[in-house]
Design a protein around this ligand. Structure first.
Ligand SMILES: Nc1ncnc2c1ncn2[C@@H]1O[C@H](COP(=O)(O)OP(=O)(O)OP(=O)(O)O)[C@@H](O)[C@H]1O
Length: 252
């Protein structure tokens, strides 16, 4: 599903008294990949989780500011978060398939959202697995346990699962950091393919990965957004000294 993108306006996130994300404003265009980079503890994951209200599940978190998607501020208390997470999906660092079959992992979300006909579910399962580059490897064992897949395949299954509910935006929190190099490059190829259709925001510790997969890069430091620009500019000619120091490995 297409979107006009996501626009974050002065977003702050507090854990109790601690301000982990400080008045960040940042936009994400459709059909682009944006990498969020920065040293450990700078607030990347907190910021990412706020984009589909996953921080609501953590006690003591307070959020201020606005996050606009297609004319709706998702921080509005009246927002239905289940519906929101259908539009803005999340892929976690460690693959977390349900203890169910491959088929059921994918069919679960669409069924939850009201699709009951088997033929339609079959189509969604195939289409999602194809888009996640996993169909050929799984088409003959759709009813086997998802837990029998390799770690890399499980992560692609989790991506297929998020695609199945037709999101507009896919958030990824270090989606390849628990994977071997071959599985990592498959995930990176997949991201390049998926961006033709979706707006993707990815947190990564891996600077080479950010350079390979993203169109834009945003550098966070101590809860603040220091700088965001095209990935090429960020890696060759950043404006801010902190960005330059970080990408050239002088700290972090
Ligand atoms: N559930 C929580 N409760 C309290 N403080 C938290 C919680 N989660 C994160 N923090 C704090 O918020 C700050 C930002 O953490 P966050 O995990 O967003 O950073 P990060 O840049 O993603 O780090 P990393 O790269 O290590 O995952 C840190 O100081 C962290 O200790």
């Amino acid at each position: 599903m297409q979107t006009n993108g996501l626009k974050v306006n002065e977003l702050s996130v507090f854990y109790g008294e601690k301000e982990a994300v400080k008045k960040v404003s940042l936009s994400f265009a459709p059909q682009t990949v944006t990498a969020l980079i920065g040293p450990s503890g700078c607030g990347k994951s907190t910021f990412l989780r706020s984009l589909n209200r996953m921080n609501d599940t953590i006690g003591g978190v307070r959020t201020t500011g606005e996050i606009w998607i297609d004319g709706v501020n998702i921080n509005d208390p009246s927002i239905d978060v289940v519906e929101l997470r259908q539009q803005i999906g999340m892929v976690w660092q460690r693959p977390n398939p349900f203890h169910k079959s491959i088929y059921e992992n994918i069919a679960f979300g669409p069924r939850y959202h009201g699709i009951k006909k088997k033929k339609q579910l079959d189509e969604i399962v195939e289409d999602s697995l194809r888009k996640a580059a996993l169909w050929e490897e799984t088409k003959d064992r759709l009813h086997n346990s998802a837990l029998a897949l390799s770690g890399g395949q499980q992560q692609r299954l989790c991506i297929a699962r998020s695609i199945a509910v037709k999101p507009k935006i896919i958030l990824m929190d270090e989606p390849a950091s628990a994977l071997d190099p071959v599985s990592t490059s498959k995930i990176e190829e997949l991201i390049a393919e998926l961006k033709k259709e979706y707006c993707i925001v990815i947190v990564t510790h891996n600077m080479q990965q950010a350079a390979r997969v993203s169109d834009r890069t945003a550098f966070f430091y101590m809860g603040k957004l220091i700088e965001a620009d095209s990935t090429e500019v960020m890696f060759t000619n950043p404006t801010q000294k902190e960005t330059d120091d970080y990408i050239s490995g002088r700290f972090g």
